[in-house]
Design a protein around this ligand. Sequence first.
Ligand code: NAI
Ligand code: MG
Length: 366
Amino acid sequence: ETKKLLVLPGDGIGPEVMREVAKVVQWLQAARGLKLDIAEELVGGASLAKHGVPIRDEVIALAKEADAVLFGSVGDPAWAHVGFDRRPEVAILRLRSELELFANLRPAKVFDALIDASTLKPDVVRGLDIMIVRETVGGIYFGEPRGIETLPDGSRRGVNTEVYTTGEIERVARVAFDLARVRRNRVTSIEKCNVMESGLLWKEVVTDLRQRVYPDVELTHMLADNCAMQLVRNPLQFDVLVTGNLFGDLLSDLAAMLTGSLGMLPSATLGAEQADGKRHALYEPIHGSAPDIAGKGIANPLAQILSFAMLLRYSFDREADAVLIETAVSNVLASGLRTADIMSEGMARVGTSVMGDAVVKELGKL
Ligand code: NAI
Ligand code: MG
């Protein structure tokens, strides 16, 4: 079956790392019978330069029709001083809201060969493979009332409100439980029910959902502050973590650093199921457009390549191909090849293109 893929390379190193994904795609088409209908469009600063907007309505429409979107990164210092609506970053914000991408999946996986890149002790992170599921369209970043108001005495106060409905909690929790079933069958739900009403409801809804639909999955609850501590102390205890927008923002960045490098981390954002059973989904590396190294040919393409592997797994139902890519990446690292961001003593430093070629060559051997 032919799948529709929309590719949005974006700015800075986005197009550079996306070129390496194209090599992997070509290999899968030739060797594994992958059938794709690929469209590629400009977003971010690249779209601003050509069309005057960070993302065109036509591109949003293409994203809605696609089976999945592979996104690079947007952001360009040349557009840093324009009004907010014309900033490159609006491209990704619009995609997230138009496709209602409510569940952000961030795996934190440590490749054995890269263990010395982690800031933690090898024993603490060896074999680490966790998945953080963060709610992304609700919670305190969007709740009403919000704003800065002037009080009668002339002083001001800033207000944000955490709001979660049962529906919002349940749909993101379902994503977490479904993931756990194909992983190690454990979900840890994170809130602060000791001091927050929204946290109390969160815990209740997740508990109830598990009883009704996922009795086979092990569920534990943890307070967010304790979770931050546990992630550093003993991250191997976790499988899937599910949490709201604010705590997820902090905890996923924290977990990312357990693995050492920004250039290695993929992500997925899943949206609501459509009438036809399809789910909108966008895949992108955690990192941004890295203007400091753009155009130098030294960016690490592995996060973008691993994002494509997640896309194959979750949107195209091609688990075997996803595993092939992940194994190839792991083997290339084990062979000693390193881009500058993950370089360490005794390893061979290579650029973006050589790293991509090495992954394809390794795929050919698997
Ligand atoms: P960044 O992730 O672009 O870069 C942070 C540091 O990590 C830089 O020193 C960069 O050289 C390095 N780095 C990042 N990815 C790398 C890779 N694949 N290989 C090697 N080194 C890598 O974050 P920064 O500098 O805060 O933001 C730059 C621009 O990207 C901004 O305009 C920001 O708004 C945008 N951005 C966009 C995102 C997106 O498109 N979803 C996400 C994060 C930032
Ligand atoms: Mg963040």
